[in-house]
Design a protein around this ligand. Sequence first.
Ligand SMILES: NC(=O)c1ccc[n+]([C@@H]2O[C@H](COP(=O)([O-])OP(=O)(O)OC[C@H]3O[C@@H](n4cnc5c(N)ncnc54)[C@H](O)[C@@H]3O)[C@@H](O)[C@H]2O)c1
Length: 297
Amino acid sequence: MTGDVRLPDAVGLDGRTALVTGGGNGMGLATALLLADAGCDVSIVDVDAAAAEAAAEQVRSRGRRAAAITADMSTTEAPARAVAETVDALGELSVAVNFAGGTAGVMKPFLDITPEEWQRPLALNLTSTLLSCQAQALSMIRGGRGGTIVTVGSSSGITAAPNLAGYGAANAAVIHLTKTMALELAPYDIRVNCLVPGTHWSAGTRHRATSPDSPPGTREFFQTAERVTPLGHLGEPAETAGVALFLASELSRYMTGHHVVSDGGILHTTARPAFGAPRTPDAVTAALGAVKEENDE
Ligand SMILES: NC(=O)c1ccc[n+]([C@@H]2O[C@H](COP(=O)([O-])OP(=O)(O)OC[C@H]3O[C@@H](n4cnc5c(N)ncnc54)[C@H](O)[C@@H]3O)[C@@H](O)[C@H]2O)c1
């Protein structure tokens, strides 16, 4: 490639088919709309059928074709079905961005985590990434034009994640899995890179920051995180969607197997707060209670 390139050619997405999981809201939605603006037809995959359809309608209003697919990406059947339905509607994939993920509602000290609670964030964040990337890569190989896959991690997968052990471990593993997939898919001209967001505002984080039902310390977590973020605020979805577009596009043509952090700079500080209030694990209370009972006998 010479230095004389026009921006639309450098982005290189015109007429391509893109799939965005978790595309009904937040960073996934913002990315899906940028992909449409860049010329992609976009398949929105989301567990929330109404959100998927509303997002697809926004893609169509930008002059591109869209599909809305309802799927729970934490199940093992959903990733392959989402790709198959996308291919039927819009053709083989060139781009996939995997935003479906989250804490799966498990926020507690690791000493209190049951085997079932350990599996939930792994299924939603790690296994779903593996199964999604398998199906997405095979579609790109069938299409014969190569492609780009963006996985999504979390800053909780880079630094310690108190009260989010499973979510943090799953997202750390997503970064590692990205490297392996990148090497195994390079011969097919498929690049794989990982977007790593820091804390962002979404319907979910706004709810947690304000709900009286949130675990103790949650509101303080968001207040502190906002105060200590070097750029002065928590992320808005649109602020990070551009990084996803960069990784999905030909602008990052020579990058594969890497992760890019979009966090307002907070990972460079020593002030990142632990999620939730420091609390004594129930397991420790029980263990110390047992010791006391033994001593009293
Ligand atoms: N918001 C943050 O602070 C933050 C920080 C780091 C990483 N992340 C990660 O970024 C991704 C997107 O986060 P966001 O805040 O933009 O989310 P969001 O809550 O705004 O949107 C997530 C979308 O994914 C969908 N979704 C949830 N579970 C799903 C499932 N099992 N199958 C299919 N769709 C599902 C939801 O319905 C929703 O439309 C998630 O993987 C999250 O873990 C978020």
